[in-house]
Structures are given as structure tokens and as C-alpha cells.
Ligand binder design. Structure first.
Ligand SMILES: [Zn+2]
Length: 112
């Protein structure tokens, strides 16, 4: 048996396992170890300000960006709704009104 992970809520080391659920006696937090593992292996996406981005977030573009394969330019301040984070060089998949599907880099956006 490997050692149980510390509580993700309060960092208590006194966690125990109960029916495939991990529980913390200090703050009564309960969580599934499988879920936790999935979360930990996930890449953390950060915007230009270092804020963490999540799927479904709304961001604004902080720099004029040329749309590949067209003469369109994505202007500073363009709002991008419902982003999807992907593990790629351009790590945001999104749809922009008037432009369509696009890929952006997290470093060129900030969370609204
Ligand atoms: Zn706890």
C-alpha cells in the first residue's frame, strides 16, 4: 500500500480510505483518489497574468492576432467565450463570432 495523499483542502496528513473514498478527519473533506489523480496529471493553463484557465472560461485577447489563412485580425479586447483547453502549441480551442473556429495561445489572452 502506498501512502495516502494529503488532504487537498487543508493539507492534513491524517487522511484515511473509506470505501474507495479518501476522507480527511480534520476538515471532513471527502474525495475520490481517482479523480484527484486525474486532476493532478492535468496540465495547468495560465493566462498572460498567470491566472489559471479552465474549460468554458471567457477570456479577452490582449494583443492583435492575425487569423491564420485569412486577412482577418483578432483585435485586442475581443471577447472569447467558452474556451476549450487542449494540449498543443496553441492551447486554446475556441469559436469567435464573425471568425469561426480558432486556436489561440494562453499567453495572448487574459481571463475576464
Ligand atoms: Zn482536510
Amino acid at each position: 500500500m502506498s501512502q495516502l495523499p494529503a488532504c487537498p483542502e487543508c493539507s492534513s496528513g491524517y487522511t484515511y480510505e473509506d470505501d474507495n473514498i479518501l476522507a480527511c478527519p480534520d476538515c471532513a473533506h471527502e474525495w475520490s483518489p481517482n479523480e484527484l489523480e486525474a486532476t493532478n496529471s492535468d496540465k495547468v493553463y495560465r493566462d498572460a497574468n498567470g491566472n489559471e484557465l479552465q474549460n468554458g472560461d471567457t477570456v479577452v485577447v490582449i494583443k492583435d492576432l492575425k487569423v491564420k489563412g485569412s486577412s482577418l485580425v483578432l483585435k485586442v479586447g475581443t471577447k472569447v467565450k467558452n474556451i476549450r483547453l487542449v494540449d498543443a502549441d496553441h492551447d486554446i480551442d475556441c469559436k469567435i463570432d464573425g471568425i469561426g473556429s480558432m486556436k489561440l495561445k494562453t499567453e495572448f489572452v487574459k481571463k475576464v
